[in-house]
Design a protein around this ligand. Structure first.
Ligand SMILES: C[S@@+](CC[C@H](N)C(=O)[O-])C[C@H]1O[C@@H](n2cnc3c(N)ncnc32)[C@H](O)[C@@H]1O
Length: 200
């Protein structure tokens, strides 16, 4: 798989979590990727429908579960991550509140304007086609809804996250791609993330 932001294809188990290395990467991500401040920024309200793109081992899904969201949906291309992320939520999956599917940013499989909020954490840089992913996120967000895209960076990134931060020209490509689709786009620097918020 060749990410739009890289010169070469990647086989990193964090980008393509498969088999034992993928499961180990998933467990490490669960321990290290702290996402409370993203949840605050997303500000999920009573009865909302929320989609997470690239949920990985499901750290943010665990937090979304504690919000008043009516429906929590997710897509990720990795069957290993799907198993890991869905495991703690069997009852809510059976009840239909949580539904984690296989899919990608470019093809979520959801209907037009289905979500109040769409969020992607630490995967935008590994999508194969940035613009196709942004168009898809826009398509599934209702008018007035919001999209939040976060990537490693921010004001106090860990040593590992510092190495993964994107250069300004690549961040500018994300920002311009969003501005082509959404009327309002804001960039913020959280302690561990550079975050784009877009209002549809
Ligand atoms: C570094 S992990 C981040 C996972 C999680 N969001 C977190 O912060 O812990 C990247 C995830 O993106 C997923 N991914 C890879 N390509 C993707 C794509 N085209 N669309 C959506 N997710 C993708 C991978 O399967 C992996 O689970």
């Amino acid at each position: 798989m060749k990410p739009w932001s890289a010169e070469e294809p990647t086989r990193s188990p964090f980008a393509v979590p498969r088999g034992i290395p993928g499961r180990l990467a998933g467990r490490l991500m669960l321990r290290t990727n702290r996402q409370w401040d993203l949840l605050d920024l997303l500000d999920v309200r009573e009865g909302e429908k929320v989609l997470e793109v690239g949920y990985g081992p499901g750290g943010l899904i665990r937090l979304l579960r504690r919000t008043p969201a009516e429906r929590i949906r997710g897509v990720d291309p990795s069957p290993e991550m799907r198993r890991l992320a869905a495991r703690p939520h069997r009852a809510e999956t059976a009840a239909g509140r949580i539904d984690l599917r296989l899919g990608t940013a470019e093809r979520t499989g959801f209907d037009d304007e289905e979500f109040d909020a769409v969020v992607s954490v630490n995967n935008v840089a590994i999508w194969p086609d940035l613009e196709a992913g942004l168009r898809e996120l826009h398509r599934v967000t209702r008018p007035g809804g919001r999209v939040l895209i976060a990537w490693h960076g921010g004001t106090r990134p860990s040593r590992i996250a510092r190495g993964l931060a994107l250069p300004e020209d690549k961040l500018a490509r994300i920002e311009h791609g969003l501005r082509d689709l959404f009327p309002t786009v804001t960039r913020r620097e959280l302690p561990a993330f550079t975050v784009y918020s877009a209002l549809r």
